[in-house]
Design a protein around this ligand. Sequence first.
Ligand SMILES: Nc1ccn([C@H]2C[C@H](O)[C@@H](COP(=O)(O)OP(=O)(O)OP(=O)(O)O)O2)c(=O)n1
Length: 165
Amino acid sequence: MLSLIHFYGYNILPFPNVNKFSPLKSKTRAFANNKSHIYLAKMEQERSMDISLKDLSKQLEDFAKVRNWEKYHSPRNLLLAMVGEVGELSEIFQWRGEVDKGLPNWEESDKEHLGEELSDVLLYLIRLADICGIDLAHAATKKILKNSIKYPEPKVFLRDEDSYN
Ligand SMILES: Nc1ccn([C@H]2C[C@H](O)[C@@H](COP(=O)(O)OP(=O)(O)OP(=O)(O)O)O2)c(=O)n1
């Protein structure tokens, strides 16, 4: 249940950062308790839909707004928060050695944890781009095009040892 409530950045129970950032602890807990079922329903609904970066960006904006956290979401703070989450993501792989694609030998709980940390990185990245006035979907699409010009498709079949990477 707790991990479900962490989904989509709705980290609303037990909401540790309220202690760090806001005096509105009890008010926010009440909000969390009242609204958690709405988030869960929304989550179920969105599971089968394509969710755009814009959708996520809007959810993050609302998340910060209702908690009066916009003042903390400066470019520098968001960048540092994202780097912190990259650290948490790295910890999951730390000391495991090489890991097979698809993570066949991992516990479900470890995979779920991985999904959460990947999401934290993505969500802070989206928020950072938004706060900096960068349209991330547009920028990423342009960058893929630029990459394809820099690294053109091979005209003939390449053996592994001849490829770029
Ligand atoms: N000021 C904040 C604090 C949190 N979040 C959101 C974005 C992330 O998705 C998530 C990060 O929450 P935590 O800092 O509690 O980090 P974790 O979820 O990783 O918890 P922990 O560090 O306890 O493992 O919450 C946010 O948007 N703005």
